[in-house]
Design a protein around this ligand. Structure first.
Ligand SMILES: [Zn+2]
Length: 237
């Protein structure tokens, strides 16, 4: 399987990479949605919603700052670094579900963070994006219009921001290889992007210790941790 995947990648010009929580779990980032995801008695579903923010923005901000600290303390692993290296050898695009910022910190530049970014706040009035590090504590105000800032994260019940998935789908239609890493298959949008790549003729590689929704239509399933398999597939420095 590894050899077939390596050959496909070696002959590819355009590579679409789709990553999910699995790649970051290997850096110690909890999923927040699963077991043990409680914070002060709240579940993610109680806090990561527009309704929760409307009810108690201060509480939601405290939770996100706590999560942000965990993400900022974590380090990109060899899997993140291998994905970043692909940009040097291929015309590649990275679509990630992860908000932890580990991909950009590993050096990925051609990426779309489809669920947002833990280090970024967004104005609820004028959509201005601002690094959280530049904002006040508590419930910060927009530097442009003084509106209420919220975490720039796609919450439960919200639809994808205009354009985010279109970029991925457009690239998927032209990709020679689609590399899917650490997705659970519970999130359907990244799966449908990978499916679109497959239908358009891409060789689909699923890197995952467990089966996912993608495994069933993948051309190669590399079973195991991405921190070990991606350097083997892509090459290490
Ligand atoms: Zn504003």
């Amino acid at each position: 399987m590894l050899e077939a995947a390596r050959q496909a990648l070696g002959g590819a010009t355009r590579v679409l990479v789709v990553t999910g929580a699995g790649i970051s779990a290997e850096s110690g980032i909890p999923t927040f949605r699963g077991e043990g995801g409680l914070w002060e008695g709240f579940r993610a579903q109680d806090l990561a919603t527009p309704q929760a923010f409307a009810r108690d923005p201060e509480l939601v901000w405290r939770w996100y700052r706590w999560r942000r600290d965990i993400c900022n303390r974590a380090q990109p692993n060899p899997g993140h670094l291998a994905v970043a290296r692909l940009e040097q050898t291929h015309d590649s695009l990275l679509l990630t579900q992860n908000v932890d910022g580990l991909h950009p910190r590993a050096g990925s530049e051609r990426l779309v963070e489809i669920h947002g970014n833990i280090d970024t706040a967004r104005c609820t009035a004028c959509w201005t994006l601002t690094p959280i590090a530049e904002l006040d504590d508590g419930v910060p105000r927009c530097p442009r219009c003084a509106g209420t800032m919220r975490p720039h994260i796609l919450w439960f019940g919200e639809t994808y921001w205009e354009g985010t998935l279109d970029v991925g789908l457009a690239f998927a239609g032209r990709a020679d290889v689609c590399l899917v890493v650490g997705t659970s298959g519970m999130v359907t949008a990244p799966t449908s992007v990978a499916m679109h790549a497959k239908r358009s003729g891409a060789f689909v590689i699923d890197v995952n210790p467990n089966t996912s929704e993608v495994t069933r239509f993948a051309d190669a399933w590399l079973k195991g941790p991405s921190g070990e398999l991606l350097p083997e597939l892509i090459g290490a420095d």
